[in-house]
Design a protein around this ligand. Structure first.
Ligand SMILES: Cc1cn([C@H]2C[C@H](O)[C@@H](COP(=O)(O)OP(=O)(O)O[C@H]3O[C@H](C)C(=O)[C@H](O)[C@H]3O)O2)c(=O)[nH]c1=O
Length: 183
């Protein structure tokens, strides 16, 4: 597995070793020992999630507040998404900066998003099945978020505006300047 640094400290892309043959392919989608050694941290993932969305859907920008903030290890089983993390760490030199990466069933790339980031993705294919590990359980009482279209973030979701679909809940998320930030 290869670790790819991004322009934001502690935000990494992972490229697994894929073994292809005339039957198809095999790869280790998660190996605790290898991941912990590669990043130099001990992760304790406790919950796996899966969602399926159609083209133009944006889920996010979401995060859980302390004491249940989550690290997420995300990937796409089928289809293609543009996955975005926003740095909400108040002491970070990249506070308020976002980074996006294309994740797909084809590239099999994974994205590890530490606590202190808001997370979301847009669907670029007809449908996309998105799966991810979290190192804290779901605690809806600590759920928080930021409007996907906040002009101060100016995120390019790679989807035509007229095609964007969000949940009613996400349509009501606050702007970045009003977001509750406590990790
Ligand atoms: C997140 C979550 C949700 N739910 C229930 C609550 C709702 O009844 C239903 C759909 O939840 P929601 O609309 O919040 O799902 P997403 O919009 O995909 O939320 C996720 O979207 C972005 C991409 C994230 O990074 C977060 O992991 C998460 O917030 O699943 C659960 O039962 N457990 C959970 O862990």
């Amino acid at each position: 597995m290869k670790l790819i640094n991004t322009e934001i400290k502690d935000l990494f892309i992972l490229e697994p070793d894929v073994f292809g043959d005339d039957r198809g392919y095999f790869f280790e989608s998660y190996n605790k020992m290898k991941l912990d050694a590669l990043i130099g941290k001990m992760y304790h993932f406790v919950q796996d999630n899966e969602s399926k969305s159609s083209y133009g859907v944006i889920r996010g920008l979401h995060y859980q507040l302390a004491p249940f903030s989550q690290t997420k290890l995300v990937r796409v089983l089928q289809g293609k998404v543009y996955d975005v993390a926003v740095d909400l760490r108040k002491d970070s030199p990249t506070f308020g900066k976002w980074f996006g990466v294309e994740l797909s069933g084809e590239n099999k790339r994974q994205f590890i998003i530490p606590k202190g980031f808001a997370h979301g993705f847009s669907v670029l294919s007809e449908t996309a099945v998105f799966v991810y590990k979290c190192d804290e359980y779901y605690h809806p009482e600590t759920e928080a978020g930021i409007a996907y279209n906040d002009p101060s973030l100016n995120i390019d979701w790679k989807v035509r505006d007229e095609d964007i679909k969000v949940s009613p809940k996400d349509g009501l998320l606050p702007r970045f300047e009003k977001a509750e930030i406590n990790f």
